[in-house]
Design a protein around this ligand. Structure first.
Ligand code: FAD
Length: 692
């Protein structure tokens, strides 16, 4: 077929914009019948496949592996996008690999005509993501040695060519430390980096643009290094999506939102984990304050009988369901509303492609339970839809949006549109030509959200409390409210549990009873993530906690624990909480409970409050911290642990600064010494953050 100029532009936009998952479905990645086995469906290695990446690439004819270290799915998404672009634009034989699925001792056998990408997120306090811990420890370990017997001094990785991109957040102290450390370690071992080591910054909100800006020079360098030829590309689906007219959604084989095959069969069994969530009953739920348009939830999640356990300070992950209104919008925009209940089979076309959606399933279920359809949209993804626009004018507009960063920001990003809203803002015609595989490739898997557990495991080992503020925000300039996926779902569950006749908050409807009614009686899928945010093992040690708003969540657990110890007659150290909110009679959560703990703990519990909307001046926790400098300093001298929880962007950063000032001022040191002391406290574990 002839290509006109516009088509070429569209194709270029498309190939630049090709967005895909090769392996998003690591949870479901097992060959042949991926859903036949039950619990741990994570990754090739666990299903008995090789852990030898060199062998794997030879076997499957690949010359490019894209490893990802991902916690929330973004790094995994970028890895998939790079794989797709590498294959369509440069003819690389790409595969995406979860970094924990392979061994590293034979990276010295990686051949020179191949390339390894490392797409690595940094998590928390400069830590590797859960799936990259072993890799990181291996690479940065003291006595590193390879299968061939080579040691660090022999430049063992001299044949390894690699590309590196990191995902970080500059509001954290150890910004992008994973990619920086891995890059340094690989270079030290003799490996050759191609292009620069890219760094995306979530803190500045520029992750996507950082990624786009980094990858073009990287591809140019890689083209030189590997002698690649850039070529025109058309959309090549990674997955086949076939409608199955013979099977109905009543069929036992069809996934109706279940997260594993065992769940589908109605026989989930432990151990429960990030790959096998537990469908937990919500024992009790209520709101912590009632103010117009603001909701804050307290929920008790019953884990008795699940074999799940937690420790005070851990996190719980909640697996959400998308709101009905957004599911409907998505299906309408892509013209699949009428066939929402048609059963579809989704299969990987390439052998290394892993299907991110458990199948067979239906369009409706895929969108409701498995796809992140409400998230902000990327310019790359929108531009990949140009070739499938319903008419020329729409196509032109999409091409413009794809090519013009500022225009895209004005029209889409600043409006806070999700993908369906974005397309609705361009045209009212449905995008019926978009292949469903492109949507599966281009959108993330629906991710669980984490919550700091707000109870003490000592006091209630079988019930996990969560404290969550319902996200309902109008961002400046946007024309509509953004409704958080998980928190609005939890609000609906709470309303249903409390007999609200219309349990759908803000006009959002939910499939409250879940797949095959398995969530009826108010259940929600969860798993527990252990964290390092911990009380000192010695309860007599003083602690200072700074937790405004829902940042108080883990501290409610800490205080609950110390109050219980005090009630048993044990001695507990000074327990100082800085809490902040808008008004004392509006959103001071757990106020009554704290009074009760005060009775049990007497003088050892001190709560210092900051109300930002009560006086003429706005007062925040960091101001109170400063005012109480002598007390804070005295407690630090007594070896107090210092904890911060809540808003990462502003509060945590300021608290860090203020503490440095306090130390310097109170001990008569120069300001830099104060900062150093805080750094030292961080590295020794006496300054701990749980921020988001
Ligand atoms: P999401 O749908 O994930 O949206 C979140 C935000 O993203 C929105 O408010 C909006 O700002 C933005 N957004 C979403 N969609 C769009 C769009 N289309 N366009 C533009 N912007 C958009 N929260 C608590 O309340 N309590 C806790 O104790 C707590 N602990 C946490 C502990 C950890 C370790 C972490 C990582 C997070 C914690 N959080 C906690 C935050 C929590 O995980 C969720 O991020 C939060 O509840 C919002 O989830 P959601 O699904 O409702 O919102």
């Amino acid at each position: 077929a002839q290509l006109d100029t516009l088509d070429l532009v569209v194709l270029v936009a498309l190939l630049v914009g090709s967005v895909a998952y090769f392996t998003k479905g690591t949870y479901w990645a097992v060959p042949k019948d991926p859903y036949a086995s039950s619990a741990n469906l994570n990754g090739a290695a666990k299903s008995g496949k090789t852990r030898d990446i060199v062998e794997k690439m030879d076997e499957t004819g690949k010359n490019c592996v894209i490893f990802y270290g991902s916690q929330t799915g973004t790094a995994e998404d970028y890895a998939s996008r790079l794989a797709k672009e590498g294959s369509q634009r440069f003819g690389l034989k790409t595969m995406v690999a979860d970094i924990e699925d392979y061994d590293y001792e034979n990276l010295d056998k990686f051949s020179e005509d191949k390339i390894a990408f490392f797409v690595l997120a940094t998590y928390g306090e400069g830590e590797p993501t859960d799936n990259a811990v072993e890799f990181y420890q291996f690479l940065t370990g003291e006595d590193i040695s390879f299968e061939s017997g080579a040691s660090a001094d022999d430049s063992p990785l001299s044949s390894l060519k690699y590309v590196a991109f990191g995902l970080g957040n500059n509001t954290y102290e150890h910004y992008n430390s994973m990619v920086r450390h891995v890059d340094a370690a690989l270079t030290k071992l003799g490996a050759q980096r191609i292009g620069t080591a890219g760094e995306g910054d979530d803190g500045a909100g520029t992750m996507e643009e950082d990624f786009l800006a980094w990858k073009e020079p990287m591809w140019a360098a890689l083209t030189d290094a590997m002698d690649l030829q850039e070529r025109e590309a058309v959309y090549e689906p990674v997955f086949s999506v076939d409608e199955d007219e013979m099977t109905t959604l009543e069929d036992d084989s069809v996934f109706l939102g279940e997260l594993t095959a065992a769940h589908r069969a109605g026989q989930p069994k432990g151990p429960y984990s990030a790959h096998n969530p537990y469908i937990a009953p919500i024992a009790e739920s209520h709101e912590l304050f009632t103010v117009k348009d603001r909701n804050c939830l307290h929920m008790e999640i019953d884990i008795s009988g699940s074999n799940l356990s937690y420790q005070t300070g851990d996190h719980i992950a909640i697996w959400p369901t998308n709101a009905g209104a957004e599911v409907d919008r998505f299906l309408q925009v892509f013209g699949i509303e009428d066939k929402r209940n048609v059963v579809i089979n989704v299969k990987g076309i390439d052998v290394t492609a892993k299907v991110p959606i458990p199948a067979p399933t239906t369009y409706d279920v895929a969108v409701r339970y498995y796809m992140e359809v409400c998230a902000p949209v990327s310019r790359q993804f929108v531009s990949s839809l140009a070739a499938f626009a319903p008419d020329e004018a729409t196509k032109n507009e999409i091409v413009r949006l794809g090519n013009d960063k500022d225009y895209f920001h004005e029209k889409i990003t600043n409006q806070c549109y999700n993908i369906a809203q974005a397309l609705q803002s361009i045209t009212s015609k449905p995008f019926t030509a978009v292949p469903f595989s492109l949507l599966i490739e281009g959108l993330n898997k629906l991710q669980p959200r984490y919550y700091s557990i707000s109870s003490s495991s000592l006091v209630q080992k079988d019930k996990i409390s969560i404290t969550a503020v319902v996200e309902s925000v109008r961002l400046p300039g946007a024309s509509h409210m953004v409704k958080g996926v998980t928190t609005n779902y939890l609000l609906a569950l709470k309303q249903k549990q409390n007999g609200d006749p219309s349990p759908d908050p803000h006009g959002l409807t939910y499939s409250i009873t879940g797949p095959r009614n398995k969530y009826d009686g108010i259940h929600v899928p969860v798993h527990v993530r252990h964290s390092n945010f911990k009380l000192p093992s010695d309860p007599t040690k003083p602690i200072i906690m700074v937790g405004p708003g829902t940042g108080v969540a883990p501290f409610r657990g800490f205080i609950q624990e110390r109050a219980a110890l005090a009630a048993k007659g044990e001695k507990v150290g000074t327990t100082l909480l800085f809490f902040g909110c808008r008004k004392s009679d509006e959103d001071f959560i757990y106020q009554d409970e704290f009074k009760k703990y005060q009775e049990q703990m007497g003088d050892s519990l001190k709560i210092i409050t900051a109300f930002s909307r009560e006086g003429a001046e706005k007062v925040y926790v960091q101001h109170r911290l400063k005012e109480n400098a002598p007390l804070v300093s005295e407690l630090l001298k007594q070896k107090a642990n210092f904890y911060v929880c809540g808003d990462a962007a502003n509060m945590a950063r300021e608290v860090n600064l203020v503490l440095g000032h306090i130390i310097a001022e109170q001990r008569g040191m120069p300001a830099e010494r104060g900062e150093e002391m805080v750094k030292h406290m961080r590295s020794s574990g006496s300054y701990q953050e749980d921020v988001w």
